[in-house]
Design a protein around this ligand. Structure first.
Ligand code: FA5
Length: 349
């Protein structure tokens, strides 16, 4: 046995002891680096001295260095596996959540529904009390339901009333995020025969720039009544009943002649601006009135698209902004507060 071989045996014995004693994967990697990790490691330095030996000795010493390296590497791999498993188990234990734990908090607060959700629920309840049912439809719609069936064939100029967000699905511009809840009118008429008395609340999307009264994602509640002998008087009476039930006696409403392709005649529904009491301010764009929605008598072409006989039935429809209703009722002067996630604002309602 050469002196070099003795040194190899000593380095290996010491190394195996340090590998066994390493307490973490990180510490083990340092030991590995020092023993077998590169040109400056203990075994590499011994290897570099082989040139000083004669041929036979060199062969023997070379073999013992290689064997020592293999045993050290095997020991490192084995120890690394054990240490990693232990560390993983410790981490899982440390991250464990006790979901049954009771945390004592002196001022524990309770969360509640967002104001817009509260408004939606209240509006639903109000119409359910008047005999309506609640319907819903998809937020990702086809062009046919959002426009065509509502009396707006392709390239109809009225389509530009709604700045539309399209979805990359199917043929170009065939699928979109609904710009209003009116497509639910068609879906309901297709799925049930008259008499129909429904409201359909839900999220709508438009490429609108956010300002005090607009958000690109907002909420509407649609109403649809189809029955024999329904008149514009029924529509006006329903709007009046809804206004006084939801806003109370201080807010006045009015209908103004307007245009929607799916209703004829059509009207815009406005309430007096509570911020300036009709004098004109930033929120109402100096008009004294805030537009809440549109309404009108269902156009015969819409009945035809949905398969209902306009000779036998008539009906009215309306669509209001739920966010705007909540603003008016609670004196909120900027619709953007609803999505700012400021707990001080949200807590008030
Ligand atoms: C419509 O969307 C029609 N579908 C309403 C309708 C239904 C008419 C049934 C006739 C029959 P309009 O684009 O005006 O109409 O929107 C109706 C209401 O939605 C607005 O008055 C407003 O209250 C609300 N609204 C519209 N855009 C926004 C927006 N970007 N942010 C917040 N609210 C909005």
């Amino acid at each position: 046995m050469t002196a070099l071989a003795d040194e190899v045996a000593a380095v290996e014995a010491d190394g195996l002891g340090r590998v066994a004693a390493a307490r973490s994967v990180a510490e083990l990697r340092l030991v590995e680096q020092e023993l077998v990790g590169g040109k400056r490691s203990a075994l590499a330095l011994l290897n570099s001295r082989l040139g000083q030996l004669d041929v036979e000795e060199r062969k023997e010493a070379g073999r013992s260095i290689n064997a020592a390296r293999s045993r050290v590497q095997a020991a490192v791999a084995d120890r690394a596996e054990k240490l990693a498993a232990g560390e993983r188990a410790a981490r899982i234990e440390a991250e464990r959540l006790d979901l049954t734990e009771v945390i004592e908090r002196r001022h524990a607060t309770r969360g509640h529904r967002h104001l817009v959700t509260q408004a939606r629920d209240e509006l639903e309840d109000l119409f359910v009390a008047m005999g309506y049912e609640v319907a819903e439809g998809p937020e990702v719609e086809t062009d046919w339901y959002n426009f065509e069936a509502l009396n707006m064939p392709p390239a109809h100029p009225a389509r530009s009333m709604w700045d539309t967000l399209y979805v990359r699905l199917g043929a170009a511009e065939s699928t979109l995020l609904r710009t209003h809840t009116s497509p639910v009118q068609i879906r309901v008429m297709q799925s049930q025969p008259p008499p129909i008395y429904i409201v359909a609340p839900g999220r709508c999307y438009r490429r609108d720039t956010p300002d005090a009264r607009h958000l690109p994602v907002f909420h509407q509640i649609e109403g649809l009544v189809v029955d024999r002998g329904i008149t514009f008087g029924d529509l006006a009476g329903t709007i009046e009943a809804f206004t006084s039930a939801y806003f109370g006696p201080n807010i006045h409403s009015r209908l103004r002649p307007s245009f929607f392709p799916f209703t004829e005649p059509s009207a815009e529904f406005e309430v007096s601006c509570i911020f300036c009491e009709g004098r004109g301010c930033r929120v109402c764009s100096q008009s004294g009135w805030i537009e809440l929605g549109g309404c009108g008598m269902v156009d015969p072409n819409v009945f035809a698209a949905a398969g209902i006989d306009p000779e036998e039935y008539s009906g009215f429809a309306f669509g209001f902004g739920i966010d705007r209703c909540a603003m008016m009722r609670h004196d909120i002067d900027d619709i953007r507060h609803f999505i700012a996630n400021d707990i001080r604002f949200l807590e008030q309602f």
